[in-house]
Write a protein of this length. Sequence first.
Lengths: 608, 351
Amino acid sequence: MAAPTKTSSAFPSPYEIQTPPGCEGWEEMYPYYTLFDESRREADEARFWFWNSMHFPVPMPAFDVACIDSPYQAVGEWQNRFFAVPPAMGIDYRIVNGYVYISGNPVTDPEKIGERVGFFQRRAGYYFEHWEELYAGWKKKMEALIAEITELPVPELPEYEPDEVMLEDDRNTAFYEVLASYDRTLRCGDLMWQHHFELLLLGYGAYVTFSDFCKTSLPDIPDQHIAQMVAGIDVLLFKPSAELRRLAKLAIDSGVDGVFVEGRSPAEIDAELERSDAGKAWLAELERIKDPWFNMATGDGLYHYYGSWYDDPTIPYASIVGHVRALNDGEEAERPSEEIARERDRLASEYGALLDEDTRRTFDELLGLSRMVFPYVEEHKFYCDYWFLTRWWNKVREFGALLARHGFLEDTEDVFQLGRHEVAQALDELLLTWATGGAPLGPRHWPPIVARRKELLERLARWTPPPAIGTTPEAITDPMSIMLWGVTTQRVQEWASAEDGGGRLTGAAASPGVVEGTARVVIDVEEIAAVRDGDVLVCPITSPAWAPIFSSVKAVVTDIGGVMSHAAIVCREYGLPAVVGTGRATATIQTGQTIRVDGSDGVVTILD
Amino acid sequence: MPDRSTRPLAELRRSDAPEYGGKSANLGDMLAAGIPVPPGFAVGAHAFRLFVAETGLRGTVESALGRVAKDDVEAAGAASKTIAEAMRFAPLPLLVRDEVAERYDELGEPSVAVRSSALGEDSHDATFAGQQESFLWIRGVEQLLDAVRDCWVSLYTTRAIMYRAGLGGGVAEAAMGVTVQQMVDAVVSGVMFTCNPVSGDPSMVAVNASWGLGIAVVGGETTPDDFLVSKVTGEVVRRTVSTKEIEYVPDAAARGTVRLEVPAERQGQPCLDEEHLSALVEAGRNVERHFGSHQDIEWALERGSPLPGSLHVLQSRPVTTMKPKTPKLSESALSLVMGTFGASPQTDPEP
């Protein structure tokens, strides 16, 4: 039976979303191409867009749009133009009330898909085959890029250029250096995103395949066991906190742990440590590990709001204080890495032993592949999202400081209220007027814009974006949406039914499968004559006396009973989806209603 | 002694199934493997055959069944009624009476469960054939003998007759064994599968449990507490505690059991703790190892006695509803990864 056709989507049209009061004109913060423009209404309304709350949970400051454009340029490039992932091109995005909605571009032409299969296999195959060396090279590239962004100069504008301009052949003037430096800053960002996605798609793909494989052959395996089997032992990403623990232990061993009192600021702690030799030694050790481990970010996200531990040592110091206390209270026992390694191998071999021989061989192969790619999946975050990005935002701040010094902005941080092209414009005018000695308009032009945008972001933050907009899709097939965002057909249906205002019952998933059909509510066994072929039986409970009707119904929902009750056992024998123990099915559902029974997840949805 | 009709469960092995039925043979096999099954004895098909031969019932059965055509429910109902009435008034052969009484005496004359133990083909589809008679809390020889006969009668329920007519042939030759087993006064009982019966996950033990005797869980009369426990780590990965409104307990006054409302303060309490669950998982894994396949196990915790002695396995059968895994699982790792990206080698470019 076909799913009932809906005249309208369960989700709002992007064109009907109201602007929150006081946020009129928010669109001016963003480039024209980020908007749901009237001229592409027909196409955009027909698509399914979901809120990328994973990467962009709060309204976008104008500059941070660079962290949408660059990654989607890069992911599209690798996915669509390099690897040619057969069913999926890149990901489009739009901004609504400051929030980012995304939608994949599918490849639908079968001939095109066929053409891309060959491409993908060859290139992905090469990457998997040469993974270790490619990843080693990748790390070198990233370290060089991080060094470059760190050292990139943002020159001050002098009253007079120095003699070096005359004495050194390759010495350029300040206006050029500033413009070149800003341009290079943006390009470094682009380059980081290019590197970021080079290995990520395949890395996630291998891990997700192993995870899916585990969930098919071991459907109830907890996610954390899958992660445990794959996880690296000596992972870069865990190093920063491991180092803090080690420093806490060092503080105890060298007798300076008394300094680490809750509520003290990092500066107070440093000042007190400076007073003793042991304290000074401890500080020297801290200094030694800061590079690179203090490049950890204070938050997880693609916004300029997150600095590194260098920028704000409150988090690492608080963490050391916590470790010192826990170690002194004997709460924290060190877990040696050999033990973690043993546990990871024990899990893998015990799970493997539960599988038949063929399945176990594939399991072992996929586990091997996942272990190979997983260091990248974990570590790229440290290199890209934390180490590079925190330095990159700081570089942008240097341009903000330059603009602020010349009155274009009231505060360094205000630079993030301008789009990256607006910053280029402001720099252009600053350099023009600084060079000519003329009067800049910028100091009157930009501050009111900044003030209005700060207000807008504050107001937009109070708005709750719907999880999805546009047209409800029949199924989600885009591998990236599923792999990276976990947006599956089922998830979308859950959103849709929540949007509809309910009609959802949950119970024990007693017999797998999903069907839709007409409900037949039967309270007593005497009424079973009323059951028609193809009905979905909704009843309080069943006993063997009900046996005759199981061959004619297509699913069963009961008020009470567990997965081993009669109804459940019989449904599994007949291959009928069943949800038992819903508590209120006979009270909630009426005969004649169309319902969906999901016996795999234990969910019953009333569709009309 | 070939003409003996009964044997202690502990002496039976799987190879005794043709004479004593699958259930009795299974229980004997488990006892021999050290699985904590309550003791008892089995009545063989020989006793049933003696019964129909000595009492002249064979003729009654044959002529009643002779009138039943395939798919004729009415005729099957009539035949069932005729046979049941004739059997209920027929005396048990003296030899059988004496033997059952003797075994019962050896057991110490406790309260017992009397269950049908289907033979051959029947045993695979016993649920559908309706040969799942159980008489609980039988006390005394007379009740016991009546219960044995009632099990035999269940060979000819309307459903059983229809079922066998559907299979075609051999209707009159049907026979049945009976299992007599010491009752466990269960404070908690239930069912466990040594895999997740819904998802098919072999790394899980799924436990359903409720207060009192197991019939409340098996019959679906109560929504039991539901636990899913990892065999690999022993973690309880899912725990759903239900409101268990009713329980069955032995009837102090007469044969059988009574259905009672569970006192309010116990209804919402979980009926198993971690220690119980780990004992159950261990027992379940032993049974599974013994039979070499996933098992569907009925179990009970005896009132007023501590673990591990309080745990009894009442019966076990192979899980039959497991779907074989998709053949896709034996593909090479790399081609599966390609599949994640919609680029498996088998991808058919045609729509």
